[in-house]
Design a binder for this molecule. Structure first.
Ligand code: SAM
Length: 222
C-alpha cells in the first residue's frame, strides 16, 4: 500500500503530464497510448465510452467515484449530470488536490474524501452508482475493494468502470510487468478477461463485461 501511495503522490506532482497521457493529447501521448496500450484512433474512443457506459446522461442519484485520481476523464462528465450528487475518493492527497482544483474550475459541486477503497467512510447501500475507472488493477487488496464498493451500493444500483486485464496483448502485458509494477503504479495479481467476468457475475445480479484491447469495461447491477 505504501509503495502505491508513494507512486501516486509522485504522479500527483506530475499531474499535467499524467492528464495529457490519459486524454491522448499531443504526439507523445498518442504514440504512448498506441504503442503501450494499443489504443489508437477509434480504440481510444471506445475505451472511453466503455468506461462510462453504465452511467446514463440523465443519471441523477448519488454517485461515488473511486479512485478519482486527478478527475481528468470523469469530472467533466459528472458536471453534465444535473441533479446528481457526486462523491469522490482517492488514497493520494496529491491526486485528490488536483481533482478538487479541477472541480472548482468546472464549477462542479462534489464532495472529496481522502481514503482507502477497502474501508470506505459511507453507510451500506448509500449510493445509486459506484464508478471505478482504472482502479482495480492498482488496488493492492482487490477482493476487499470489490466487497467494499459493493457494500456501499444500493440493491439495484450500478457498479461500472474499466480496468486492465492480463493476457490480451503481449506488449501491454510486458509494459505492465516491466514498467508499471516495479514503480508501484499497478499491483499484481491481475485478472484476465474470463476471471473478471466470472468474479463479477458471482458478486452481482447482472454483469456485462466487454474489452477494448487490454482494458475491460464492466456494467454490473447489484
Ligand atoms: C491509475 S489512477 C486512476 C485515476 C482515475 N480514475 C483516472 O482514470 O485517471 C489510480 C488511482 O488509484 C488511487 N489509489 C490507489 N490505491 C488506492 C486505494 N487503496 N484506495 C483509493 N484509491 C487508491 C491512486 O492514488 C490513483 O489516483
Amino acid at each position: 500500500m505504501q509503495k502505491i501511495f508513494d507512486a501516486y503522490q509522485r504522479v500527483g506532482s506530475l499531474a499535467k503530464f499524467y492528464d495529457a497521457m490519459l486524454t491522448n493529447e499531443g504526439v507523445v501521448s498518442r504514440a504512448a497510448m498506441k504503442i503501450f496500450w494499443g489504443l489508437d484512433g477509434d480504440a481510444y474512443e471506445k475505451f472511453l465510452a466503455q468506461a462510462f457506459a453504465g452511467i446514463p446522461n440523465d443519471f441523477n442519484g448519488r454517485l461515488l467515484e473511486v479512485p478519482v485520481g486527478t478527475g481528468v476523464l470523469s469530472l467533466p462528465r459528472w458536471r453534465e449530470l444535473v441533479g446528481a450528487e457526486i462523491f469522490c475518493v482517492d488514497l493520494s492527497d496529491k491526486m485528490l488536490a488536483v481533482a478538487e482544483a479541477r472541480a472548482v474550475e468546472l464549477n462542479l459541486r462534489g464532495k472529496f474524501f481522502r481514503g482507502d477503497v477497502a474501508s470506505l467512510p459511507f453507510a451500506e447501500e448509500f449510493f445509486d452508482a459506484v464508478v471505478s475507472i482504472n482502479g482495480l488493477h492498482v488496488f493492492p487488496n482487490k477482493a476487499a475493494a470489490l466487497m467494499e464498493m459493493r457494500r456501499v451500493l444500493k440493491v439495484g444500483g450500478i457498479f461500472c468502470g474499466c480496468m486492465y486485464v492480463a493476457g490480451l496483448n503481449r506488449r501491454t502485458d510486458l509494459f505492465v510487468e516491466k514498467f508499471c509494477v516495479p514503480r508501484g503504479l499497478f499491483s499484481p495479481p491481475f485478472e484476465t478477461f474470463d476471471s473478471l467476468q466470472k468474479k463479477l457475475r458471482e458478486l452481482f445480479t447482472r454483469a456485462e463485461v466487454t474489452h477494448v484491447k487490454s482494458f475491460a469495461g464492466f456494467v454490473c447491477v447489484k
